[in-house]
Design a protein around this ligand. Structure first.
Ligand code: SF4
Length: 378
C-alpha cells in the first residue's frame, strides 16, 4: 500500500485568472532542484511505508507538469520504479498544457513512460481562453492533440470548462462538438468556480464580472451529459466521461476511497485513516529535503470508522455506479441506518438520490445539486 502515487509539479508560466492552486514561476534551476527533492522524498516516504505495493497508477499534476523537460519526467518515473516498482499495465498520466508541447517533447514523454495525457483545453474560443488567462490558443489545442497522436498516445483526456461568462449555450455546444471532432478517449467538464482568493473571485465580489445564472450553468451541464453520452461516452463520474475502458484509474481509486501517496510541495496523501498535506511552499519543501529531513506535512484529517464511512459516501456518490451500502455495512462497524437513515429517506423523497439494488446513487436531478446531497453526510 498504496498503489497510487500523485506527484505535484507546482510551476506555471503565469497564473490563470480563476486558479487558486499553489504554483510559482518556472525557473530551470529551481525546477532541477525541485526534481532532485522529489526523488529524495520518494525514498523517504518508501522508508515510512514499509510494505509498499508496486504502482498501479501514477499521476503527474500541477501546476503545469508539461513545462518539465522530458528528462526530468523520466528521472521521476525511474525513481518511483526503482523504489516502489511500477506494474507493466500501470496508468501513468501527465497533465499537459496545450501551449507547452511539440512532437519531440511528447515523443520523449512517451518514451519516459507516460501513457495517458490529460490536456487542459478548457475552451475552443480564443476570446474565452484569453479571458481565463490561459497560455494557449484554439490552434494550440489542435496542434497539441495532433502531436499527442503522432507521438503514439492512445489514451487522451481533455478538460473543458463550462459556466464561463461569454460562453453561452450555443458556444458551449460548439465547444463540445469541437471536442468530439478530436475523438478523445476521455472528457472532463468542470464548472468555473470563482474562488474568493483569485483575481476572478475578487472581480466577481467587486461586481465587475457577472457569472452565469444557476439555470444557465445547469443547462450547460445537462447539455454536456446529453451530447457526450449521445456520442458513446460513459458518464462515470459527475464531471467525467469516458469511452468504455478509458475511465481514469487514478481518480477512480480516489473516489473509491483507496489510499494514495502524494509527493511534492502541497501534495495530499491518504494513508491508513489519515489525510496529510505536504507544506505547499516550494522553498520550504526544497530546504527540508536538501537538509535530508522529510518535508513538513500536516494532518488534514484523522478519520475514525464513522468518518471513513462519511468520506466513502461523499466520494462514492460522485460515481454514477454509486456506493454499495451493504458493502459499507459489512466493512465498517457503524450503524448506517441510525446515522444516515433519515438523510437517505429525505434525499430520496427530494428525488436527489435513488436506490439501485444494494447501492445508493445520485439521480439525474442530483448530479447538479450534488453539493446539497454531500452536505447531508458531512
Ligand atoms: S496552468 Fe493550471 S495550475 Fe497553472 S495557473 Fe493555470 S489553472 Fe492554475
Amino acid at each position: 500500500m498504496p498503489a497510487s502515487i500523485y506527484v505535484h509539479i507546482p510551476f506555471c508560466v503565469r497564473k490563470c485568472r480563476y486558479c487558486d492552486f499553489y504554483s510559482v514561476s518556472y525557473h530551470e534551476e529551481l525546477v532541477a532542484r525541485y526534481v532532485k527533492c522529489l526523488c529524495a522524498e520518494i525514498e523517504e516516504r518508501a522508508r515510512d511505508l514499509q510494505q509498499a505495493e508496486a504502482v498501479r497508477t501514477l499521476y503527474l499534476g500541477g501546476g503545469t507538469p508539461s513545462l518539465l523537460d522530458p528528462a526530468c519526467v523520466a528521472t521521476i518515473i525511474d525513481k518511483i520504479g526503482s523504489v516502489f516498482g511500477i506494474l507493466p499495465e500501470a496508468e501513468i498520466t501527465l497533465e499537459v498544457n496545450p501551449g507547452t508541447v511539440n512532437l519531440k517533447k511528447m515523443a520523449s514523454y512517451r518514451h519516459a513512460g507516460i501513457n495517458r495525457v490529460s490536456l487542459g483545453v478548457q475552451s475552443f474560443f480564443d476570446d474565452i481562453l484569453q479571458w481565463l488567462g490561459r497560455l494557449h490558443s484554439r490552434q494550440d489545442v489542435k496542434t497539441a492533440f495532433d502531436v499527442c497522436l503522432k507521438a503514439g498516445f492512445d489514451n487522451i483526456s481533455i478538460d473543458l470548462m463550462y459556466g464561463v461568462p461569454g460562453q453561452d449555450l450555443s458556444r458551449w455546444r460548439e465547444g463540445l462538438d469541437n471536442a468530439l471532432a478530436l475523438n478523445p478517449q476521455h472528457v472532463s467538464a468542470y464548472l468555473l468556480q470563482p474562488e474568493a482568493d483569485t483575481p476572478l473571485g475578487r472581480s466577481v465580489a467587486a461586481g465587475e464580472v457577472e457569472l452565469l445564472s444557476e439555470e444557465e450553468e445547469l443547462a450547460q451541464y445537462e447539455l454536456a451529459v446529453d451530447v457526450l453520452t449521445g456520442a458513446g461516452y460513459r458518464h462515470y463520474e459527475l464531471s467525467n466521461f469516458a469511452r468504455p475502458g478509458y475511465e481514469c484509474c487514478h481518480n477512480l481509486n480516489y473516489w473509491q476511497g483507496g489510499q494514495y501517496l502524494g509527493i511534492g510541495a502541497g501534495a495530499v496523501s491518504f494513508l491508513k485513516l489519515n489525510r496529510y498535506q505536504n507544506d505547499p511552499n516550494v522553498d520550504a519543501y526544497i530546504q527540508s529535503l536538501s537538509a535530508a529531513t522529510q518535508p513538513p506535512r500536516s494532518v488534514l484529517e484523522c478519520l475514525n470508522e464513522e468518518g471513513i464511512v462519511r468520506d466513502r459516501i461523499v466520494l462514492g456518490l460522485r460515481l454514477m455506479d454509486g456506493i454499495d451500502v451493504e458493502g459499507l455495512k459489512r466493512s465498517y462497524e457503524v450503524d448506517f441506518s441510525l446515522l444516515f437513515g433519515s438523510s437517505v429517506d429525505r434525499l430520496i423523497e427530494l428525488g436527489l438520490i435513488k436506490r439501485k439494488g444494494s447501492k445508493l446513487c445520485l439521480s439525474r436531478k442530483g448530479y447538479f445539486l450534488s453539493n446539497e446531497v454531500f452536505r447531508e453526510f458531512l
